[in-house]
Design a protein around this ligand. Structure first.
Ligand code: FPP
Length: 225
């Protein structure tokens, strides 16, 4: 029941804001509160690895003002939350490219990664300037004679449960390899409204699923024997 890797595509910030007559950035800001709630709730729900899709490689195509606001929000999150991560045993790590990020954000990320390195309650991975296709290509280029096991290790842990908010049902270049056998839960909830109850409901749904990894369930084998 424990040690789950949950990955979340946090979607719907813009629509949440539009519905309230607010600028899109207000949706992202409230979305950052939902990030904090989710990180706090995760260890108690059996999650040991949490990967959040904060900024995709394709998000650079958004208006410069929105991109800049998102970068600032990420920086503020790290400034506000790094100490709290240390106190709560959260190990923070960023995945994705760093060479296109503002220097100040990179230095905050490196500082947070260094200072939280010993955290053992939750491994929080923030996907920033992330593209799964790119991550796969990079892993291939790192070691051409790679085995499936070594390749998986190089990319990161397999996802058990993938959650996407806002009603969209796409992977959007997120953890394509790692989601090979992931259970997927799509909720209509907009990310800024996502709560501990929503995370808990998704995890309960995950536990109700029958994960067979291509095999047949033990009970079914007996029945057909
Ligand atoms: C998708 O909603 C959300 C994003 C592209 C950004 C996610 C960022 C946050 C939740 C806030 C900061 C993150 C951290 C880790 C502190 P959208 O803008 O695509 O929404 P829409 O589809 O309704 O337009």
């Amino acid at each position: 029941m424990n040690n789950l890797h949950v990955a979340i595509i946090m979607d719907g910030n813009g629509r949440w804001a539009n519905a309230r007559g607010l600028p899109r950035v207000a949706g992202h800001r409230t979305g950052a509160d939902a990030v904090r709630r989710t990180v706090e709730a995760a260890p108690g729900l059996g999650v040991s690895v949490l990967t959040l899709y904060a900024f995709s490689a394709d998000n650079w195509r958004r208006p410069a003002r929105e991109v800049s606001a998102l970068m600032k929000l990420l920086s503020h999150y790290l400034i506000r939350e790094t100490d709290r991560c240390i106190e709560n045993g959260v190990r923070l790590q960023a995945i994705g490219r760093r060479d296109r990020l503002p220097a100040a954000l990179v230095s905050l990320l490196e500082d947070a990664e260094r200072r939280t390195a010993l955290g053992s309650k939750l491994h929080l991975r923030l996907a920033i300037d992330y593209s799964s296709r790119q991550a796969i290509l990079d892993a291939v280029r790192r070691d051409r004679a790679v085995t499936e096991e070594a390749f998986s290790k190089s990319l990161g842990p397999d996802v058990d449960l993938l959650i996407r908010t806002s009603g969209e049902q796409r992977l959007s270049d997120f953890l394509l390899w790692e989601c090979a056998y992931a259970e997927m839960v799509f909720t209509r909830r907009m990310w800024p409204d996502f709560s501990e109850d929503d995370l808990s409901a998704a995890i309960e749904e995950y536990h109700r699923r029958d994960r067979r990894f291509g095999a047949v369930a033990a009970e079914k084998t007996l029945r057909t024997a």
